[in-house]
Write a protein that binds this ligand. Structure first.
Ligand code: TYD
Length: 203
């Protein structure tokens, strides 16, 4: 089972991933918790190039770097874990590229979808949680963390609104569960667990 969490910056994905990871492990499941960009050693270097290197990155180069990170991540970590029957919990996956590079960066959604699927040789998540919230609200929450914004986080609110709108379009697919990220942390967790139990992972 491959489960991913998506949403714009500041919606609280990491908190919910922590809670779900603990919940699944308490029920005896093998869990691999991972993230993009930067889920592998090579990926950490790509993450640095994408988020912390000084200077511009051309939009198509940005899209290809995210795809390269993901290609290596899937081939060396995610697929091998899934083959062993491990539950993989992903903090972002290709829906982030479609929303951020395709829609927010205004490359083509279709083209970014195509390169993403090529990069991962077609590996789709089984279940995707979209933590949804208006960009204005999410950015306030993110700024409250007090950490300096990275290259992507330095974008304007309109950028994140385009990403959010695209996430909501993607979420019409059956693998998605959309959750209102402005709810209290335990209520979001309960909504996650309800869907996880429906998927048969409660035992
Ligand atoms: P993330 O690791 O979730 O952020 P942080 O650790 O700072 O909370 O993601 C880093 C940034 O990369 C985030 O702004 C979203 C962006 N991103 C894309 O633009 N495209 C992608 O395909 C992915 C995976 C992330």
């Amino acid at each position: 089972m491959f489960i991913t969490f998506e949403g714009i910056d500041g919606v609280g994905k990491s908190t919910q991933l922590d809670l779900l990871e603990t919940w699944l492990k308490a029920r005896g499941h093998e869990v691999l918790r991972t993230m993009e960009p930067g889920g592998t050693e090579l990926g950490q270097e790509i993450r640095h190039l994408l988020l912390h290197r000084k200077g511009d990155v051309a939009p198509r180069a940005e899209a290809l770097l995210y795809a390269a990170d993901r290609a290596h991540h899937v081939a060396t970590k995610i697929r091998p874990a899934l083959e062993l029957g491990t539950i993989v919990l992903g903090d972002r996956y290709y829906d982030s590229s479609i929303a951020y590079q395709g829609a927010a960066r205004e490359l083509s959604v279709k083209e970014v979808q195509d390169i993403s699927l090529w990069a991962v040789a077609g590996l789709e998540p089984d279940l995707t949680f979209l933590l949804d919230m208006p960009a204005e609200q999410a950015l306030i929450r993110r700024d409250d963390t007090g950490t300096a914004p990275d290259r992507l986080e330095s974008e304007q609110v309109e950028f994140f609104t385009r990403a959010r709108d695209q996430f909501l379009k993607l979420a019409t697919q059956p693998r998605f569960e959309v959750i209102d990220a402005s709810m209290a942390i335990p209520d979001i967790h309960s909504a996650v667990i309800a869907r996880i139990e429906k998927a048969g992972l409660g035992k």
